[in-house]
Design a protein around this ligand. Structure first.
Ligand SMILES: NC(=O)c1ccc[n+]([C@@H]2O[C@H](COP(=O)([O-])OP(=O)(O)OC[C@H]3O[C@@H](n4cnc5c(N)ncnc54)[C@H](O)[C@@H]3O)[C@@H](O)[C@H]2O)c1
Ligand SMILES: [Zn+2]
Length: 380
């Protein structure tokens, strides 16, 4: 059961699954306050940081302060946050770093700090080194705060196949410090908003309205790092993700509504990897699925436009020509089906905040949705 507490003005989530997995996601207020928690969790006089290279460059002064102030000896390894670097060589490098220092396997947790790429590489390495050493995740951009740090999945790419190698491995703790968002490039804020848009559209009318209010009254340039509305949006996104993930941490059930936006997009995202970020590709997939839903009479025209308007005002793309290419769709859907063990299990909205699964998708339905999808970009 997820417990969602407000304690000493600090919000945190306690994840306890039936098979005794237990970890907490906690808000912290600064890197220095994180250090205190980390020092307590490490039972020896050493701490091991695996840090996103960009975070290291941006926060170098603060890390140096940490090194000065800490009562423990701090070892730091930086990691380049590129998808191309999300591979087995990077994992081996991390393992070598830990092994050279003879990391104590139960009492010296690995501290992973960065965006989704670094968290995934570092937690995968931690999950296989000595069959698993504890890892603490510190997400630093919006996508990693609302998505990559929330579940138990770790992974690296295999050639051009995303996350093809990986494990399910719960972290010891997750520490969220929203002030990192100040330095996050605007496009990566928008990228994270893509995943928030997804979970709102499929699961929460209330979160959808909050996003509309945020774009109307605050504006995405404020990067969701301050203000009550921004906090509520981030809290609700995490809670909604956990509501879905926690009862199905090991993905025994492959009918997952959080896969919304991840059905047509994977291959297209990969094909356009220099152009499209993950959250952008997910949004395009959500919009295509919305067109399908409209044609199936699940949502009306007013809602279709409301959904498109929100994506647009969040700075997300609303059209990409590869979403009108049936050949690419078939390649993507074949992969998606294999990933879902032979079933399509396609979540599509049946209203704002609600969904159904469909398992059959004829060429005729796809053609009709592509026609509508093509026309929508000129109608906003
Ligand atoms: N394990 C999971 O459940 C899960 C879920 C979602 C995504 N992911 C993975 O996450 C990856 C995508 O994550 P991403 O979008 O965070 O990419 P990323 O890790 O490449 O981060 C994007 C950019 O943001 C920079 N950045 C991060 N925090 C910053 C800050 N505070 N200030 C300035 N720059 C900052 C990074 O250095 C990087 O350049 C993919 O590989 C995806 O597979 C994993
Ligand atoms: Zn995603």
């Amino acid at each position: 059961m997820i417990n969602n507490f407000i304690q000493q003005k600090q919000k945190f989530w306690e994840i306890n699954s039936e098979d005794k997995v237990n970890f907490q996601i906690i808000y912290t207020h600064s890197i220095l306050s994180q250090l205190k928690i980390i020092e307590e969790l490490s039972e020896t006089d050493r701490v091991f940081f695996l840090v996103d290279e960009n975070i290291w460059n941006l926060y170098r002064n603060q890390f140096e302060l940490i090194i000065q102030k800490s009562i423990k000896k701090i070892f730091i390894k930086t990691i380049r946050p590129d998808e191309e670097n999300k591979n087995i060589d990077s994992v081996i490098e991390i393992i070598k770093f830990l092994d050279d220092k003879s990391l104590k396997r139960r009492s010296e947790p690995v501290i992973a700090i960065g965006g989704g790429v670094v968290l995934d590489i570092a937690s995968f390495a931690s999950s296989i080194y000595r069959r698993g050493v504890p890892v603490i995740k510190i997400p630093t951009n919006l996508l990693s705060i609302v998505d990559a740090c929330v579940g138990v999945k770790t992974g690296i790419n295999f050639g051009l196949k995303r996350n093809r190698i990986g494990t399910y491995y719960p972290p010891q703790k997750v520490l969220i410090d929203k002030s990192f968002l100040k330095t996050c490039p605007q496009r990566h804020i928008t990228n994270g908003l893509g995943e928030i848009f997804k979970i709102a559209l499929i699961k929460s009318n209330s979160l959808f309205s909050q996003l509309e209010a945020y774009t109307d009254t605050v504006g995405i340039e404020e990067k969701l790092c301050v203000g009550a509305l921004a906090s509520k949006i981030i809290n609700d996104s995490i809670s909604l993700m956990l509501e879905e993930l926690q009862p199905n941490l090991w993905e025994k059930d492959l009918k997952r509504c959080v896969d919304f936006g991840h059905s047509f997009s994977p291959y297209i995202e990969l094909k356009n990897r220099n152009e499209l970020l993950h959250g952008e590709a997910v949004t395009l997939d959500c919009l295509f699925s919305t067109c399908l839903a409209f044609n199936l009479d699940l949502i009306n025209e007013q809602k279709l436009f409301r959904i498109y308007r929100l994506a647009h005002s969040l700075g997300l793309p609303i059209f990409h020509q590869d979403f009108t290419n049936k050949k690419l769709f078939h390649i993507s859907l074949a992969e998606t089906k294999a990933h879902r063990n032979g079933n399509l299990n396609l979540p599509i909205p049946s209203d704002i905040g609600q969904y159904i699964f469909i398992n059959e998708l004829s060429d005729e339905i796809i053609d009709k949705a592509m026609k509508l999808y093509k026309s929508m970009k000129d109608k906003l």
